[in-house]
Design a protein around this ligand. Structure first.
Ligand SMILES: Cc1cc2nc3c(=O)[nH]c(=O)nc-3n(C[C@H](O)[C@H](O)[C@H](O)COP(=O)(O)OP(=O)(O)OC[C@H]3O[C@@H](n4cnc5c(N)ncnc54)[C@H](O)[C@@H]3O)c2cc1C
Length: 805
C-alpha cells in the first residue's frame, strides 16, 4: 500500500470505482481506492442493473445520459464484458393525469436533448407482447434504456482506473480520518495508515459512518427494496427481440427481461427503512435481507395484472437489499461544507443510471475547481442543518413510497413539515395562507379566500389559486402587498479586508455606504455563481442577500475565497427574517410604522438604513422585485411578528393586503425579472442572461473576469426573452420547448399569468437567430403547441417609473 496519495476514494461500489476511473482519466494518476471487503460488497452487487437517462431535473438527466452513453466505451477500455443490453424502455401511463404528464415530459426531454417519443397501446403491445394494455393510454419510449451486469460494470470501472495507474486496496477498511495540520488527511485503516490530500466518501451504505469520522451527519438513509426473478416464460422462448425495460408508473413497478424470464421490482407503500441508527460494519459480504413478500402483496397484484403471464410461472429468486436514499432522492456530491478536502459521492439511489456521471462531475470539480455546468440538484450543500435524522427518515420514506407518483410542479410533499417556520407562520396560517417549503422553511404561496380550505390541488394546469393570486396581484399594484420574505438568505461580511474581499468575490461594483446594488457573482469559468444584492452598512460592513435555499452553497463559496485574516462572513439566514412591502401606497404604510423620514427625497431608491419599525429596530432597504415602489424590512426573527402586527394594523386602512410568493412570481415576470435556478444558474453567462449590465468589467480583478471579458466579446448563441403566450388553461412550464416552425429554438425558464396586464407570460432562452421581436414562435404547453411572441419591453411599467417614484 502507498504511504501517500493525492486522492483516496473510500468505497468500491459502482460510484467509488467510477470516481476513481474519472480522476485517473482526467489526469490525476496518484489516486487509490480502499474497499473494506470485495468490490461491489455494498448495494452494487445485487442491483437490478437497469439504466435510463430520464429524470425531471436537467442536471440529473444530463448526468444520467452521460452514464448511459459511457457503457459501450467502458466495455471497450476495460476489456470487460458488462452484459450490456439496450432493449429500450417504456414508461407507461394508465390515467389521464399521467398521460398529460408524459406528454409534457416528452416535450421537456427535447429541451434536455433526450431522444424519446410517445407511443400508443398498439405499439406498446408490439414492443412488449406480455403486457396487458387494457386501460393503458400510452407510454414514453426511450431507445437508450437498458440493463447490465452490475458487478461487471463496477469491475470495469475499476480495471479502467487501474489501467490509468490508479491502485485499489481490497479488504482494507477505513477506521478513522484525522486532519494532519498540513491540509491533508491521515487515513487509518485496519491495515496500514495512508496520507491523502483529498478524501472521497463513496461508502454507499456506510457513508453515514464515514461522514461521522469527520463529525458530519450526511442526510441519507438506506431503504429495503425487493425484486423477484421468474422462471423462464414460454412466451419468451424463441422471441426475436428482448422485452423493453417497462416502468408501470401507475402500478409503481418496473419489469425487465432476465434471460428467458423477467425481473419485477416494486416500490411498495409504506417504505421500510433499514439500519436507521447506523449500518453495521459486519453487514455485506454478498449478503441480502430476508424477503418479506407479505409486504409486497398489494404491489405484486398490480404487477401480475399488468403482466398476466406471471400467474402461470414460478419465482426463481427473490432479492431484498438495502440502498441509500436522500430526502429528495438525488445524490450527495461535491465538497462537504466546512470540511477541507473531504468530498461526497454518496446517497446515490440509482448507481447504474447515475454512477458514471457522478464520477465525472466529482472528478471535474476536484481537478478543475468547479463542476461543468449547474449541479445544485446533486450538490451535498443543497441541504442544511434542518435536515435532521428525523427529517431524513420522514423524507426518505416519502420519496421511496412516491418514487413513481406524479410530482406536479405546484406540489409540495407533506413529509418532514413543518421543519422550519418564520415567526409569522402562525399569523399567516390564521389568515388562511397556503404554504410551500424551501430549504425546510415554510413560506406563503397565496391566501385562500376566507371560508375555503387552505390548500391547492396539484395540477399541470391553472389551479384554484388562480383567482386568489389574481386578486393579490391586482391589489398589490393598485394599493400594496405585504409578504413574509424570510425565505431569502442574509450574510454579514465585516472587517478591514471586507471591501477588498468582496470586490474580488463579486463581479459587480460595490455600493457606497448606505446604498444597495445588484451584484452578480461568477465562477472562474465566467458562469454565474449568484445573483446577489449587496448592501453597504459602513466602511467595513456589508450585508449580502440571495436565495435562501442556496445558503450553504454560497457560504461554502464565500469561505473558500475568504482571506486568512481581515474579514469574516456570518450566515444570518436562520436567525433573521424579512417582510417585503410594495405597491403605490407602501411608502404611506412605512411612514405609519417607522420613526424616520421615509419620503422619496429622504429615502431614495436602492438605499438602506436602520430605523425603528413599530417597536423593533430593523434594517430597511428601498427596493422591490415586483417593480413597484417597495421596501424590504430585515430584522432578527424575534422582532418580525411585532413588526408585522404594526404593518398589518396600518395596512387595512390603506387597502394593502397579504400576498404570497405566487403573486411575487407573477409580478416579477410582468417586469421581466429573472431569478436563480430558472433564469440564472451555473449554466448561463452574464451576457446571455442579461446580467452583464451589472458586471463591472472595468474592475481590476474579480473571480471570473477573464472568462467574462471573453464572453462579452462573443455574440451569445441564445438570450433571455419575455414571451407573451396564447395560453388556454395552463401557463408554460420549466423547460417546455419554444419552436420556430419545426425547429426547436429555445426553452421556457419560468412562466406565470400576468394578472395585472391580463396576459400569459413566460421567460425563455431563445436562440439569437430567432430572438427578433417579429419572430413567429410557438411554445409547447402540456403537449399542445401554443402561439407566442417576444415582447420588446415588459408589459408593465417598462421605464421602471413606479419603483423609482
Ligand atoms: C434490490 C436493489 C435493486 C436495485 N436496482 C437498481 C437498478 O436497477 N438500477 C440502478 O441504477 N440502481 C439500482 N439499485 C441501486 C444501486 O444498487 C445503488 O445505487 C448503487 O449500488 C450504489 O453504489 P455505491 O457505490 O454508492 O454504494 P455501495 O455499492 O454500497 O458501495 C459502497 C462500498 O463502500 C465500501 N465501504 C464502506 N465503508 C468503507 C470503509 N470504511 N472502508 C472501506 N470501504 C468501505 C463498502 O464495502 C461498499 O463496497 C438497486 C438497489 C437494490 C438494493
Amino acid at each position: 500500500m502507498k504511504r501517500h496519495v493525492r486522492a483516496l476514494v473510500i468505497g468500491g461500489g459502482v460510484v467509488g470505482c467510477s470516481v476513481l476511473y474519472h480522476l485517473s482519466k482526467l489526469g490525476w494518476r496518484d489516486v487509490a481506492l480502499v474497499e473494506r471487503k470485495e468490490l461491489t460488497a455494498g448495494s452494487s452487487w445485487h442491483a437490478a442493473g437497469a439504466f435510463h437517462a430520464l429524470n425531471s431535473d436537467p442536471a440529473m438527466s444530463r448526468l444520467q445520459a452521460y452514464t448511459v452513453a459511457l457503457y459501450p466505451e467502458l466495455q471497450k477500455i476495460s476489456g470487460q464484458d458488462i452484459g450490456l443490453h439496450y432493449p429500450g424502455g417504456l414508461n407507461v401511463a394508465a390515467t389521464k393525469e399521467r398521460w398529460d404528464l408524459l406528454r409534457a415530459d416528452v416535450a421537456r426531454h427535447q429541451t434536455m436533448g433526450l431522444d424519446t417519443r410517445l407511443v400508443g397501446p398498439a405499439e406498446i403491445r408490439e414492443l412488449c407482447p406480455i403486457m396487458e394494455t387494457r386501460g393503458v393510454l400510452g407510454a414514453i419510449y426511450d431507445p437508450q434504456e437498458g440493463h447490465l451486469d452490475p458487478a461487471g460494470a463496477t469491475h470495469a470501472f475499476a480495471s479502467a482506473a487501474r489501467r490509468n495507474g490508479a491502485e485499489i486496496y481490497r479488504h482494507t477498511r477505513v477506521t478513522a480520518l484525522r486532519p494532519t495540520g498540513r491540509g491533508t488527511w491521515e487515513v487509518s485503516t485496519d491495515g496500514d495508515t495512508i496520507e491523502a490530500e483529498h478524501v472521497v466518501n463513496a461508502a454507499g451504505l456506510w457513508a453515514r459512518e464515514v461522514g461521522r469520522m469527520v463529525g458530519i451527519d450526511l442526510p441519507l438513509l438506506p431503504m429495503e427494496h425487493h425484486y423477484l426473478i421468474t422462471e423462464d416464460l414460454a412466451e419468451l422462448a424463441g422471441a426475436s427481440r428482448e422485452l423493453p425495460v417497462v416502468v408501470d408508473l401507475d402500478g409503481e413497478m418496473y419489469m425487465r427481461q432476465e434471460r428467458r424470464g423477467v425481473l419485477l421490482g416494486v416500490y411498495e407503500t409504506p417504505a421500510t427503512p433499514w439500519a436507521v441508527g447506523g449500518t453495521p460494519w459486519e453487514y455485506g459480504d454478498n449478503e441480502l435481507l430476508p424477503p418479506d413478500l407479505d409486504r409486497l402483496t398489494a404491489a405484486l397484484e398490480k404487477g401480475f395484472t399488468r403482466f398476466p403471464v406471471l400467474h402461470s410461472t414460478g419465482i426463481r429468486k427473490v432479492v431484498n437489499g438495502p440502498f441509500t436514499f436522500t430526502p429528495d432522492g438525488n445524490p450527495l456530491v461535491g465538497p462537504v461544507p466546512g470540511v477541507r478536502n473531504y468530498w461526497a459521492a454518496c446517497g446515490v439511489m440509482a448507481g447504474f443510471c447515475q454512477g458514471g456521471g457522478v464520477g465525472l462531475a466529482l472528478a471535474t470539480w476536484m481537478i478543475h475547481g468547479e463542476p461543468d455546468g449547474e449541479t445544485l440538484a446533486l450538490d451535498v450543500a443543497r441541504f442544511g442543518d434542518y435536515a435532521s435524522k428525523a427529517y431524513v427518515l420522514d423524507k426518505a420514506r416519502e420519496f421511496y413510497s412516491r418514487r413513481f407518483r406524479i410530482a406536479y410542479p405546484n406540489e409540495y410533499w407533506p413529509a418532514g413539515r413543518p421543519s422550519r417556520t418564520s415567526a409569522l407562520h402562525g399569523r399567516l396560517v390564521a389568515r388562511n395562507a397556503v404554504h410551500g417549503v424551501s430549504y425546510g422553511l415554510e413560506y406563503p404561496l397565496f391566501f385562500a379566500p376566507a371560508g375555503r380550505p387552505a390548500e391547492e390541488e396539484p395540477t399541470l394546469r391553472r389551479s384554484g389559486a388562480f383567482g386568489p393570486v389574481g386578486a393579490e396581484c391586482r391589489t398589490a399594484r393598485s394599493h400594496g402587498g405585504i409578504l413574509d420574505a424570510s425565505s431569502f438568505s442574509r450574510f454579514e461580511i465585516e472587517g478591514p479586508a471586507a471591501e477588498s474581499y468582496l470586490d474580488r468575490l463579486l463581479a459587480g461594483k460595490l455600493p457606497g455606504v448606505g446604498r444597495v446594488r445588484l451584484t452578480p457573482m461568477l465562477a472562474p469559468s465566467g458562469r454565474l455563481m449568484g445573483d446577489l444584492t449587496t448592501m453597504r452598512l459602513g466602511a467595513e460592513r456589508f450585508l449580502i442577500f440571495g436565495s435562501g435555499y442556496l445558503q450553504a452553497w454560497h457560504m461554502r463559496w464565500f469561505r473558500q475565497h475568504l482571506p486568512a485574516s481581515g474579514a469574516t462572513v456570518r450566515n444570518l439566514s436562520i436567525d433573521w427574517g424579512g417582510i417585503a412591502i410594495f405597491g403605490p401606497r407602501s411608502r404611506e404604510l412605512l411612514a405609519h410604522v417607522a420613526d424616520d423620514d421615509v419620503s422619496a427625497a429622504a429615502f431614495p431608491f436602492m438605499t438602506a438604513r436602520f430605523m425603528d419599525v413599530g417597536l423593533a429596530p430593523a434594517l430597511v432597504a428601498r427596493m422591490s422585485v415586483t417593480g413597484e415602489l417597495g421596501y424590504e424590512i430585515h430584522a432578527p426573527q424575534v422582532y418580525l411578528a411585532p413588526i408585522y402586527d404594526r404593518l398589518a394594523a396600518a395596512a387595512s386602512g390603506l387597502g394593502i393586503i397579504d400576498v404570497g410568493m405566487y403573486a411575487l412570481l407573477s409580478l416579477r415576470i410582468e417586469k421581466g425579472f429573472g431569478i436563480w435556478t430558472r433564469e440564472f444558474s451555473r449554466d448561463y453567462t452574464p451576457v446571455e442572461s442579461g446580467l452583464s449590465r451589472f458586471v463591472a468589467y472595468d474592475k481590476r480583478d474579480f473571480i471570473g473576469r477573464d472568462a467574462a471579458l471573453r464572453d462579452r466579446e462573443r455574440p451569445p448563441d441564445r438570450r433571455l426573452v419575455l414571451l407573451e403566450v396564447e395560453a388556454l388553461d395552463a401557463e408554460a412550464n420549466y423547460l417546455e420547448p419554444v419552436w420556430s416552425g419545426e425547429e426547436r429554438v429555445g426553452f421556457v425558464t419560468s412562466a406565470a399569468y400576468g394578472h395585472t396586464c391580463g396576459r400569459s407570460l413566460a421567460l425563455a432562452y431563445v436562440a439569437n437567430s430567432s430572438a427578433a421581436a417579429a419572430a413567429e414562435l410557438e411554445v409547447t404547453i402540456v403537449g399542445e403547441r401554443r402561439a407566442c411572441r417576444i415582447l420588446g419591453a415588459p408589459p408593465v411599467d417598462p421605464a421602471g417609473a413606479a419603483m423609482r417614484s
